[in-house]
Design a protein around this ligand. Structure first.
Ligand SMILES: [Zn+2]
Length: 417
C-alpha cells in the first residue's frame, strides 16, 4: 500500500472495531488532481475508495485515509468559482442569522472556510468572523480580503486558542469538512470547546440515504471520508457532550442535510421531531445493515455493464467517444466504470479546468465548443446530474448527428428526434 495511505481499524464515529466492507469502489487517483501540461511527468497514484459499514453504530466510511497534506495543501477548488454555491451561502447566512437571532458582534467561526464566501455574508450582517482553512494560499487570499483566516487544521488545540482570543462562538459552521475530516472526534471536541453555552454548531453534508437512492456513489472520493446518516451522528454527538437538535433536508450535491447541534447540557433548544423521525426511517430502511449496500452494489454493476456494452460497441464500430464533465465525481465515475482508456477527451464548461489533464489518465479537458470541431460520434455525460442543461445547450451537436449517453441513474441514449 502507498506510503500516503493509513488504514483505520476503528470507526470514525464510535471507535468500534467491526468495520465491514459493503460497497467496493474502484481505486482512483485524487479526484480533483487535474494537472497542467507541465506536471504530466509526475506520477499520480491510485488509492482505495471502498466503503465500510460500522456494525456497531451504522456509520458508512472510507477506512483508507490519504495523507491530508497530499489531499488538501494544494487544493485548487475555490468557492467563488462556483456561482450556484455563492448564492447558496448568501441564503444560508440570512436563514441562520434570522433563525438563531444572531446579534451584532456575535462571533461566527467557519471550519474549512475556503475563500471566505460564507463568512463574508455573516460579516455583512455585523458578525465578527474567523475562518479556518489548511489550504495556505486560499487562506492568505481570504485574509487579504478582510476575512481573517487561520491556515491550519481545526481541532481542540486550535479551538482553545480561538476561544482565548475571541471568546465563545455564537455559531460554528462546517460544510463538507464534516465529511472530509479523519479525526472527527477531535473536531467535535474543539467545537464544543469553542461554542458559547447557547451557541449552535451547524454543518452541511451529503446524506447517505440520498447517495443510495439517487446513485450518487460518484460523490465518493478521497477528500470525502464520511457518508453521514442521522442515527450514527446522533449517538456520536451525544458521546462527546453535544446534542443534535435539528436536521433539514437540502438539495445541495443531489441530496444533503443541514444539521444543528448544541452543547449538552447547557443548550436549551428542544430536539425537533425531524431527528427522531429520520432515525426511525433509517432503521426501517436498514441503512445501518449490510443488505441495502449489497443491493446497491449490484444495481451499480448493472449500470456499469450497460454503459460498457454501449461504449465498447461504438468503439468497435470505429466511432469516436468523448466525455462531458471534469469534476471530482467524474474521476470516481470514470475509474469505477473503467472508461479512462475509452474516451478521446473531456469537454467542460469551467474555464479553470480547460487546458488541464484529468488525474492519472491525463485525458485533456477542452471547452465544449470542441464537440463541433472534433465531432465525436458519442459523448458520455459523466456529469450526469447536469445532463438536462447540457443536452439543452448542445441541441446542435445532436442535430449534426451526435449521440449523448447519460450513464446514470438509468443508462439512456439521446439522439436528435
Ligand atoms: Zn461506529
Amino acid at each position: 500500500m502507498s506510503a500516503h495511505v493509513t488504514r483505520r481499524e476503528r470507526c470514525r464515529l464510535c471507535d468500534g472495531r467491526q468495520l465491514e466492507l459493503v460497497l467496493p469502489i474502484a481505486a482512483s487517483p485524487i479526484a480533483d488532481a487535474y494537472v497542467p501540461a507541465s506536471r504530466l511527468g509526475e506520477p499520480q497514484e491510485r488509492y482505495p475508495l471502498d466503503l465500510y459499514l460500522c456494525r456497531d453504530c451504522g456509520h458508512v466510511q472510507n477506512v483508507d485515509v490519504v495523507d491530508p497534506d497530499v489531499l488538501f495543501r494544494d487544493y485548487i477548488y475555490v468557492t467563488a468559482s462556483s456561482l450556484g454555491l455563492v448564492e447558496h451561502y448568501r441564503q444560508y447566512a440570512e436563514t441562520v442569522v434570522r433563525q438563531f437571532g444572531l446579534v451584532r458582534d456575535a462571533l461566527v467561526v467557519e471550519i474549512g472556510s475556503n475563500d471566505g464566501s460564507l463568512l463574508g455574508f455573516f460579516r455583512e450582517r455585523g458578525c465578527r468572523v474567523v475562518g479556518v482553512d489548511p489550504a495556505r494560499r486560499i487562506a492568505e487570499e481570504a485574509s487579504a480580503r478582510g476575512i481573517p483566516t487561520l491556515p491550519e487544521f481545526f481541532g481542540s488545540t486550535l479551538a482553545a486558542r480561538i476561544r482565548a482570543e475571541h471568546g465563545g462562538a455564537a455559531l460554528v459552521a462546517a460544510n463538507n469538512v464534516f465529511a472530509h475530516a479523519d479525526d472527527l472526534a477531535d473536531i467535535v471536541r474543539g467545537i464544543r470547546e469553542l461554542l458559547a453555552d447557547d451557541g449552535v454548531f451547524v454543518f452541511e453534508v451529503s446524506y447517505l440515504g440520498d447517495i443510495v437512492d439517487r446513485f450518487l456513489f460518484d460523490t465518493v472520493y478521497h477528500e470525502h471520508v464520511s457518508y453521514h446518516s442521522i442515527a450514527p451522528l446522533d449517538r456520536f454527538f451525544e458521546r462527546l457532550g453535544m446534542q443534535l437538535f435539528d436536521v433539514q433536508r437540502i438539495a445541495s450535491k443531489g441530496g444533503s442535510i443541514r444539521g444543528f447541534a448544541q452543547r449538552r447540557p447547557e443548550g436549551c433548544r428542544p430536539v425537533s421531531g425531524v431527528v427522531t423521525a429520520m432515525i426511525a426511517d433509517e432503521r426501517s430502511r436498514g441503512l445501518g445493515e449490510p443488505p441495502i449496500y449489497r443491493d446497491y452494489a449490484s444495481a451499480i454493476d448493472e449500470r456499469k455493464a450497460a454503459v460498457t456494452r454501449i461504449v465498447d460497441e461504438a468503439r468497435t464500430a470505429g466511432r469516436r467517444v468523448a466525455g462531458y464533465g471534469a469534476s471530482t465525481t467524474v474521476t470516481t465515475l470514470m475509474w469505477h466504470f473503467d472508461l479512462t482508456q475509452k474516451l478521446d477527451f473531456l469537454a467542460d464548461d469551467n474555464p479553470l479546468k480547460q487546458g488541464l489533464y484529468a488525474p492519472r489518465c491525463h485525458l485533456p479537458v477542452v471547452p465544449s465548443e470542441v464537440l463541433y470541431t472534433r465531432r465525436p460520434d458519442m459523448v458520455v455525460i459523466l456529469a450526469w446530474n447536469y445532463a438536462d442543461p447540457i443536452i439543452k445547450r448542445h441541441q446542435r451537436y445532436l442535430a449534426e448527428g451526435g449521440t449523448f449517453l447519460v450513464p446514470l441513474p438509468e443508462p439512456r441514449l439521446v439522439k436528435a428526434n
